[in-house]
Write a protein that binds this ligand. Structure first.
Ligand SMILES: Cc1ncc(COP(=O)(O)O)c(C=O)c1O
Length: 384
């Protein structure tokens, strides 16, 4: 074997040793259940937060509206070449109207959005102040940008305030980067406070990733910014369609000048084949109905708080105030064993280990969906 292959094998062996090795399990999906070769389980690890991907009647309603003329399986091109199908404009107009913003732009995924927008809008006179727990896609976007970056302690607004005050005159712009619901801890940021902070400085802008809140929060399901009444005040408000919206892709809602700038400068928008129009049609179909899914949002809130309370009462640390409910365990080995035990007992819950979370904070990450019932949470609680 070459040196490189040897080094790879060694690294994989070390991952196995530390119980951090990952592989792709063969899975069969049946509604809210999932099966492997050996177990049939309730799926507690899906990001289909509203249960929409699972909703057969919704899928049928969409399919009934299709014809061979409207079914386009591929855009065959970047949107700047021949790929700009009507479906994109329809979805972007829908988003801009829902959020009451000047414009919206759709991307291939949340990963494309975060790794494309940040490098496009930052130069070497930019300082990014980013929460310590932001998602890998945001971190990669920051790494690809020319900006200098300082990470502040998770949700520590006083530290952030000090950093802004100390740096406002040193940089031409400061961009605050955070998530609204954090993907691994399930806790939230205080968007109103962040908006107040940025408004106190003329050169501070705010970038918020609502990947885990879009569809789930707010009266119309637009996210935490809607819930906290500040959609208009966030300069770069980003969300994804691959979770509660049961689709794929991502969006930004923003001022028109930002949209035009991204179309011209954002490499992950320009140099890629746009999403298949059929996929964008489906997203549009779901987004149009988002305000109607209030009952599902209420159910999700109910079962999430039921599980969080159960974990706390059993002595587990659980910082969550959302449908992402981590059960903090510590070592990767124990988290893997616990997940295997839960799977044997009929609950598909997965261990999350480094590098997805910091060393020593391995956990079971329950990711709840609205089609899980309070009785099922009760049964889970009994075996925890
Ligand atoms: C906070 C956050 N942003 C972005 C992404 C990436 O989105 P996508 O899956 O659409 O690439 C994820 C995870 O998937 C995420 O958790």
């Amino acid at each position: 074997m070459s040196n490189l292959l040897n080094a790879m094998q060694q690294e994989l062996d070390e991952l196995k040793e530390r119980k951090n090795y990952r592989s792709l399990p063969p899975l069969v999906h049946e509604g809210k259940y999932i099966s492997t070769d050996t177990c049939h389980m309730l799926n507690l690890s899906s990001n289909d937060y509203l249960g929409l991907a699972n909703d057969r009647s919704l899928r049928e309603a969409f399919l009934n509206g299709l014809t061979a003329d409207t079914f386009y399986p591929t855009s065959s091109s970047s949107r700047l070449l021949t790929g700009n199908f009507h479906a994109y404009r329809q979805l972007e107009e829908q988003l801009a109207a829902l959020f009451a913003t000047e414009s919206a732009l759709v991307f291939n995924s949340g990963y494309h959005a975060n790794t494309g927008i940040l490098p496009a809008i930052c130069d070497s006179r930019t300082l990014i102040l980013a929460d310590k727990l932001i998602h890998a896609s945001l971190i990669d976007g920051i790494r690809l940008s020319a900006a200098k970056c300082i990470r502040y302690r998770h949700n520590d607004l006083s530290q952030l305030q000090r950093l802004v005050a100390a740096n406002t005159f040193r940089y031409s712009q400061i961009i605050l980067v955070t998530e609204s619901i954090f993907s691994m801890d399930g806790d939230e940021s205080n968007l109103q406070a962040l908006v107040e902070l940025k408004k106190a400085y003329p050169n501070v802008l705010l970038y918020v990733d609502e990947a885990h809140a879009f569809g789930v929060r707010g009266t119309q399901g637009l996210g935490c910014a809607e819930e906290q009444g500040c959609t208009q005040d966030i300069d770069f408000l980003v969300g994804t369609f691959g979770k509660a919206a049961a689709s794929a892709g991502a969006y930004i809602v923003c001022r028109r000048v930002i949209r035009n700038f991204l179309i011209n400068k954002m490499r992950t928008f320009i140099f890629t084949t746009a999403l298949p129009p059929i996929n964008v049609e489906w997203t549009s179909f779901v987004v149009q109905r988002l305000p109607d899914f209030r009952q599902r949002r209420d159910t999700l809130r109910l079962i999430s708080s039921q599980l969080t309370k159960a974990l706390l009462s059993k002595g587990y640390a659980c910082p969550s105030i959302s449908h992402i409910v981590p059960m903090l365990i510590g070592s990767s080995e124990k988290a893997v064993l616990k997940a295997e035990e839960l799977q044997r007992k009929g609950f598909y819950a997965l261990p999350v280990r480094p590098p997805s979370v910091p060393e020593g904070t391995s956990r079971i990450r329950f990711s709840l969906t609205a089609d899980v019932t309070p009785q099922e949470i009760e049964q889970l609680t009994e075996v925890l």
